[in-house]
Design a protein around this ligand. Structure first.
Ligand code: OAD
Ligand code: ZN
Length: 243
């Protein structure tokens, strides 16, 4: 793969990188994406599984679905794409701004991560808001809060809910701070998350998209690289580490 000269020059002068990531970066780990041919939202309606009213209507069903997704996530490993991003911390200031809830960036070793849509490993009580961290629950029934008996839900952003304000503003500030903002494996159609690359560009960051196909954002970026995240990112790392 031959990267264009302008991009290679940017890489040699850049100090601060942001990776804005979506489900596509975890696809090669074996986690299904939301949209596209095999996408989760082709088979199930998001508002029936990923909304607070769905949870209140049928808490055990929703809990079971998240337990199932957790099981999948625990079985898989971060892939070459996640690992390359973590490895780039040796050469740059790197901040990851992810829409994913799968925790794979952290497991790959990235140290600065903003999580726009929460993290499936965390849970909290809907009544008293006590966090129940990284706790493994057995079975498929909604657990009860040890403090108040309220229902425990996963700490993920559901349809109709606000993004965690500190994570979004942290992510946006990082995007504006970056010299290069990589947009990896996202269809970039879900707002407000999709404002992040736009803010980066407006602030003068060089926008690079890595995706297996063109997206809504492709016309807007400085450089669109068509390829798998797990192929392209290690090649970028190689370019830098061999200098
Ligand atoms: P999508 O499923 O919408 O998009 C995944 C993108 O990854 C698509 O553009 C694919 O072309 C691309 N892709 C697939 N495999 C790839 C690979 N190996 N390398 C590079 N790119 C690849 O997922 P998101 O954009 O993350 O929201 O979706 C955004 C949000 O919508 C999610 O965070 C979730 C969902 O509803 C919440 O849970 C709140
Ligand atoms: Zn409680």
């Amino acid at each position: 793969m031959q990267f264009k000269d302008q991009f290679r020059k940017k890489l040699s002068s850049a100090k601060k990188l942001v990776f804005f990531t979506g489900a596509g970066i975890s696809a090669e780990s074996g986690i299904a994406t939301f949209r596209g041919a095999d996408g989760i939202w082709n088979k199930m309606r998001p508002e029936e599984l990923a909304s607070f009213s769905a949870f209140m209507k049928n808490p055990n069903l929703i809990w079971e679905w998240y337990q199932h997704r957790r099981e999948i996530i625990h079985k898989v490993e971060p892939n070459a794409g996640h690992k390359a991003i973590a490895e780039l911390e040796k050469y740059y200031d790197v901040i990851v701004v992810t829409q994913n809830v799968d925790n794979l960036h952290k497991r790959a070793g990235s140290t600065k991560i903003f999580e726009l849509h929460g993290n499936i490993e965390r849970n909290f009580c809907i009544a008293c808001h006590t966090f129940v961290s990284e706790k493994q629950f057995e079975g498929n029934e909604v657990p009860q809060c040890e403090k108040c008996g309220g229902m425990i839900r996963p700490d993920v952003v559901w349809f109709g809910e606000n993004l965690p304000q500190d994570q979004f503003s942290g992510g946006e500030t990082a995007a504006e701070w970056s010299d290069i903002c990589f947009v990896v494996g996202t269809s970039a159609v879900v707002y407000p998350a999709a404002y992040i690359p736009q803010s980066a560009k407006r602030a003068g960051s060089y926008l690079v998209e890595i995706n297996i196909e063109p997206t809504e954002l492709s016309r807007f970026v400085d450089y669109s690289i068509i390829g798998k995240a797990g192929d392209v990112l290690p090649k970028i790392l190689k370019l830098i580490s061999q200098k």
